[in-house]
Design a protein around this ligand. Structure first.
Ligand code: ATP
Ligand code: MG
Length: 283
């Protein structure tokens, strides 16, 4: 069964003077195995939308269904035991500090698998594997996660979720604070994880990242879905009106067109596919 948002609204501090509506009537389904990107200006509701997926937040109205789990304001409908949901949907926080809490990197990453029933040895093995995947070697195992750089903290937080082997991986601004090389490695990792069958929901301001990875794109604006479709259709969208940056490869296609080259953006998702298209256009 896919993930479904059914007429979901969310209000922070409802009933108080600080009340603020973050989501308004979200309706959408997410197919298993897909790679969905969620974009939109700051404050448009992206983090709120993904935090409903593993019930970190409960909708004010409507419901979010993930397989047999129901996240609803209706206590009768709502699933009470959330441990299985938390194993199924792994959420990597926008701010990794929110996620790290143990005194060594190794313990922090092993915590999840241990919590979900792995023996200490298995948990450590999974932790080491996950740390390897994000590019942190054994010299990091005994270090304090709090003494690491922002990019390294992000990698540890990512490893902590990967170690739990979730079915759905939610990434909230996963490449923020990473240098270009680390970003590229992360992108390759996301693609690999998705190719192995994991559903990915990616929140990002990085439109090149979105174009390169996602098979579907949702644009949020003021808590509503205003676009839902193929990422390549971005070329036709007035990105500026949603405060989104144009992917660099599309800016390049634009420039080539202005120089008189007949080149279409279809199928262009990164520098490699752009180069292919240019070669074809020149023939
Ligand atoms: N804890 C909170 N209390 C009150 N209002 C909040 C809280 N968190 C978010 N909001 C408000 O809800 C709206 C949506 O916020 P959200 O964090 O989901 O946006 P976002 O799209 O993730 O933004 P960003 O790109 O800056 O991460 C914003 O208006 C924000 O100010
Ligand atoms: Mg956010």
């Amino acid at each position: 069964m896919p993930i479904a948002y059914r007429n979901v609204s969310f209000v922070y501090s409802a009933g108080s003077p600080f009340e603020s509506a973050a989501l308004r009537g979200i309706d959408c389904a997410i197919e298993p195995g897909s790679f969905l990107a969620l974009v939109g200006r700051t404050g448009s509701g992206k983090s709120t939308m993904v935090q409903l997926l593993n019930a970190l937040l409960v909708p004010t109205e409507g419901e979010v269904v993930v397989d047999e789990y129901v996240n609803s304001p209706d206590k009768k409908r709502r699933t009470k035991k959330l441990k299985g949901l938390r194993k199924k949907v792994g959420y990597v926080f926008q701010f990794p500090e929110y996620q790290l809490f143990l005194d060594t990197v190794e313990k922090d990453v092993a915590y999840g698998p241990k919590n979900f029933g792995a023996t200490p040895e298995e948990a450590l093995k999974k932790a080491h594997e996950a740390l390897g995947k994000v590019g942190l070697d054994s010299s990091f195992y005994e270090r304090s996660p709090f003494a690491l750089s922002g990019g390294e903290k992000r990698k540890v937080a990512m490893a902590g979720i990967l170690a739990m082997e979730p079915d759905v991986l939610v990434l909230d601004e996963p490449t923020a604070g990473l240098d270009p090389e680390a970003s590229r490695e992360m992108i390759a990792l996301f693609k690999e994880i998705n190719a192995q069958g994991t559903t990915i929901v990616l929140v990002s301001h990085d439109m090149d990242l979105v174009l390169e990875c996602a098979t579907r794109l949702i644009v949020l604006e003021n808590g509503k879905i205003v676009k839902d479709g193929d990422p390549s259709s971005l070329f036709e969208v007035d990105l500026e009106s949603y405060a989104l940056e144009e992917p660099k490869v599309f800016a390049f296609v634009d420039a080539l067109r202005k120089l008189g080259m007949s080149i279409s953006p279809d199928g262009i998702s990164n520098v490699e596919t752009l180069a292919e298209k240019i070669k074809e256009a020149k023939k």
